[in-house]
Design a protein around this ligand. Sequence first.
Ligand SMILES: Cc1cc2nc3c(=O)[nH]c(=O)nc-3n(C[C@H](O)[C@H](O)[C@H](O)COP(=O)(O)OP(=O)(O)OC[C@H]3O[C@@H](n4cnc5c(N)ncnc54)[C@H](O)[C@@H]3O)c2cc1C
Length: 377
Amino acid sequence: MQTRFLVLGAGFGGLELASRLSDAFGAEADVTLIDKSDGFVFGFSKFELMFGRATVSEVTHRYGDLIRPGVTFRQETITSIDPVTRRVTTDRTTHEADVLVVALGAEYDPAATPGFVEGGHEFYSVSGALALRDVLAAFTGGSLVIGVLGHPFKCPPAPCEAAMLLDDWMVAQGSRASSTITLISPLETPIPPSPDASRAILDHFTAHGITYVANQKVTRLDPEAKTVHTDAGVTYSYDLFLGIPIHRVPTVVEESGLAVDGWIPVDETNLATRFPEVFAIGDVTTAIVPKAGVFAESAARAVASHLIDRVEGGAQFRRFDGKGHCYIEFGGNRVGRVDVDFLTGPQPTAPFTQPSPEVTAEKAQFGATRRRRWFGG
Ligand SMILES: Cc1cc2nc3c(=O)[nH]c(=O)nc-3n(C[C@H](O)[C@H](O)[C@H](O)COP(=O)(O)OP(=O)(O)OC[C@H]3O[C@@H](n4cnc5c(N)ncnc54)[C@H](O)[C@@H]3O)c2cc1C
């Protein structure tokens, strides 16, 4: 009997894994890919939405267009996962798997931070970014504070990118001169593994009058007084607050018993969980590497090589390398790149390439190549 692969979540990790299994086994691959959404949206597209530069349908890659041989996509909401029997229940049916891969990402819990739902905004979800578009359009200037509410959080450079893009946008709107921009982060530097990238970002902040507050996490907002409070006991005033909400595993993962201390622990080499034939990749796992699409993708590569190796042999297995290119928006359509390698050497390395038209063009290609590889056609 053929191996039945069941991939939960069609985000960065799930799409990469399904397309690699399809490449290896063609029409014989028995891959079922489940997601509750009707399409995939890149994390960085949320910037396009919040500045009103694209509509949701323009940035959504519809799963209905996915035509990879051997891959069946099902739009269903997963309601329970039994990692022992590898049985998964959805709002439509029950699926059984020989190999189960959990790629359900991280969810947000805005209500976990007192005052945030009443007094703040976020751009990490599609709905949040869309709602922010109207708020930004009405913002005529004042004290703008961007704050990180919990750790770990997706894409550590994203709050810095937001600050630089907002600076640029406010200059164009004519509201920058009457505004301040402050970023409050639990990280000591914008990108801890890359001193060069951190320096470039902080130099940009200095040149553009953006304040970086390091080693502090926002713990609550007082929407009446319009103040932000941090775990260091410091208070900041705001007119507009943008928060990076506390992240959690989806409830269905929490209830499955897969998570320990909040996230799914995995074997660092091949992403196996402690349950036989159950793997987990991407943001849903314990932090071996930061939560970012490029690392979900490299985790998917490792799992795919392990599964293909078991069927075809030939020493195909490549252990998880924690490698990825992270693109950083500096505003003004200037994009830099950090080439991160977390796991292959004794220390993580992350050389930085300064913003240039070449890197900006490369980032545009990054999305296009994924779309072709994941969706086919
Ligand atoms: C503003 C912003 C900018 C970013 N920029 C970058 C960047 O430049 N580069 C980069 O590498 N990363 C970036 N990221 C991070 C990146 O988007 C995530 O880290 C990445 O998507 C994680 O991949 P994943 O496969 O683990 O999870 P996801 O891509 O989040 O996929 C999880 C999937 O599971 C589905 N799901 C969840 N629960 C259920 C359920 N119960 N039933 C069915 N389906 C379910 C979801 O619908 C989702 O499609 C950014 C993120 C943000 C917010």
